[in-house]
Design a binder for this molecule. Structure first.
Ligand SMILES: *Cc1c(COP(=O)(O)O)cnc(C)c1O
Ligand SMILES: [Zn+2]
Length: 393
C-alpha cells in the first residue's frame, strides 16, 4: 500500500507514515488500471464500492467493518431550496451513527491483516465511538485520548465499548501529532482523522453517492456534493474518490466539492474567502456543531485544494442558521447532528457565491445521527389517563 503526497507527489512504502517531509498528509496511491470501469450493480456496504478507488485494500472480515456504509441516497423534496434539487445521504445509519465507521472499518481490517492487535485515536466524539466499537468487535485493545474537560455524556457514549480512556491535559491539537509518534514507537495503530487508511475508507461515502446517483440519472453526477468539514479527512476522501473515478473514465463532469464550516471556527472557509492556498490556524470559538470545530485542521490545505480543483467552495454558516437547518431536516423526517445540518444551511451562501444555480442538483452528506442532541426547553401538554379520550376533542 504505497502512500503518496497529494501536493509534492513524494511516495513511501512505510505504512506507519502519515505525513510527507513537506508537511502535508499522505494518502494511499490510486491505480486507475486496478479499478473497475463500470459501476457496481449492488451496494450493500462500503466494500462494494471500495474497488472503484483503485487502492490496495484489505478484505472486510466480520462485525463492524463488514457492516459499514451502504447507506441509501434519498431524494428529499421537502428540503429543495432556491430551485436546487436535493438528495441526502443519511450517514447516521452506520453502526455507531456516523461516516467515521467507514474509515474505522478500513483501518481495523488493514491492521488485522498485519496481525496488529492495538489501535488508538484522539477524539471525544464520533471517531472515538467508532474506533472503540470497531476494536471491540475485532477483539483488539483500544486507547482513546480525550480532552481533560470532556462532558460526562460524551464519555459515557465512548465508554460503553470498553476502551482504555485517557484524559489528556494540555494542547489537544498537539496531541494529534504526539499520539501518532508515541503509537508509532509502541506499535499502536492510531486511526486519527486524516490517517491514510481512514481517508481511503471514508472515500466510499462519495463513491457511493456517485454510484447511486449515476443509477438514477443515467450515468450523470450531481452538480455538487456538500459536506461538513473539520479536520479535512472526509473532504480528502471525497476528492480521492472524484479523482479516481475521473481517471477510470466514469465521470464526465465531476461534481463541485463544497465544504461547510461553523462560522465560530472556520479556518478553511476563511482561507478560501481570502483566496489563499494555505490554511492558517484560528483561535476558534464555541458552536453547536461540536463535531466540526477543529481550529487547526491537519488536512486543511488538502480540503482547500479539493474545493478549488473542482470549482467548488468552502463556506461558513452561523449557529442560528444551523439550528434552522436542523429543524428543516427534522421536518423532512431526518434526525441529523448540528454538524450535518450545516450542509442545508450552506445552500444560500453557495447560491450567493454562484456555485449553485436554479435547476442544479446537490447531494448533502448528513454525516452523523441527531439523537441525544436536545438540551433546549421543550413545551409539552399533559394528560391524565382518565382524560385521554378528551385529547382529540
Ligand atoms: C468527524 C465529523 C465531521 C468532520 O469530518 P472531518 O473528516 O474531520 O473533516 C463532520 N460531521 C460529523 C458528524 C463528524 O463526526
Ligand atoms: Zn509532500
Amino acid at each position: 500500500m504505497t502512500r503518496v503526497c497529494w501536493r509534492c507527489g513524494a511516495r513511501t512504502d512505510d505504512d506507519r507514515r502519515v505525513r510527507c517531509d513537506c508537511g502535508e498528509p499522505l494518502w494511499l496511491e490510486s491505480d486507475p488500471e486496478a479499478a473497475p470501469d463500470s459501476w457496481p450493480s449492488c451496494i450493500e456496504s462500503m466494500w462494494d464500492v471500495l474497488p472503484l478507488l483503485g487502492v490496495d485494500a484489505p478484505s472486510p472480515g466480520d462485525g463492524l467493518p463488514a457492516a459499514a456504509g451502504g447507506t441509501p441516497l434519498v431524494r428529499t423534496e421537502p428540503l429543495d431550496t432556491g430551485g436546487v434539487t436535493l438528495y441526502v445521504k443519511p450517514e447516521g445509519l452506520n453502526p455507531t451513527g456516523s461516516f467515521k465507521d467507514r474509515g474505522t472499518a478500513f483501518g481495523i481490517a488493514a491492521a488485522l491483516e498485519r496481525g496488529e492487535r492495538r489501535v488508538g485515536t484522539v477524539s471525544h466524539g464520533n471517531m472515538a465511538e467508532s474506533v472503540a466499537a470497531g476494536a471491540a468487535a475485532a477483539g483488539m485493545d483500544c486507547t482513546v485520548l480525550v480532552p481533560a474537560d470532556i462532558a460526562d455524556e460524551r464519555l459515557a457514549a465512548i465508554a460503553r465499548y470498553g476502551p482504555r480512556l485517557v484524559r489528556a491535559d494540555g494542547d489537544y491539537g498537539r496531541l494529534y501529532f504526539e499520539a501518532l509518534e508515541a503509537g508509532r514507537d509502541a506499535g499502536v495503530r492510531f486511526l486519527n482523522s486524516d490517517a491514510p487508511w481512514r481517508v481511503a475508507g471514508q472515500a466510499t461515502t462519495a463513491l457511493e453517492v456517485l454510484a447511486q446517483f449515476a443509477r438514477t440519472a443515467d450515468g450523470e453526477a450531481p452538480d455538487a456534493l456538500v459536506l461538513p468539514v473539520s479536520s479535512g479527512g472526509h473532504a480528502s476522501g471525497a476528492w480521492q474518490a472524484v479523482r479516481s473515478l475521473t481517471a477510470a473514465g466514469l465521470l464526465d463532469a465531476p461534481p463541485k466539492l463544497c465544504f461547510v464550516q461553523a462560522a465560530a471556527c472556520a479556518p478553511i472557509a476563511e482561507a478560501f474567502a481570502r483566496g489563499d492556498d494555505e490554511v492558517t490556524a484560528v483561535e476558534g470559538g464555541a458552536t453547536i456543531a461540536y463535531s466540526i470545530a477543529n481550529a487547526d485542521p491537519p488536512s486543511g490545505n488538502r480540503a482547500l485544494a479539493a474545493a478549488s480543483a473542482t470549482d467548488g467552495a468552502v463556506v461558513a454558516v452561523d449557529d442560528p442558521a444551523i439550528e434552522r437547518a436542523g429543524e428543516r431536516f427534522a421536518g423532512a423526517g431526518l434526525a441529523v447532528e448540528p454538524a450535518s445540518a450545516t450542509t442545508l444551511a450552506a445552500l444560500e451562501p453557495l447560491r450567493d457565491a454562484g456555485v449553485l444555480d436554479d435547476g442544479d442538483t446537490a447531494a448533502l452528506v448528513a454525516t452523523g445521527r441527531g439523537f441525544g442532541d436536545g438540551g433546549a426547553e421543550v413545551a409539552t401538554e399533559r394528560v391524565d389517563l382518565s382524560a385521554v379520550d378528551s385529547l382529540f376533542e
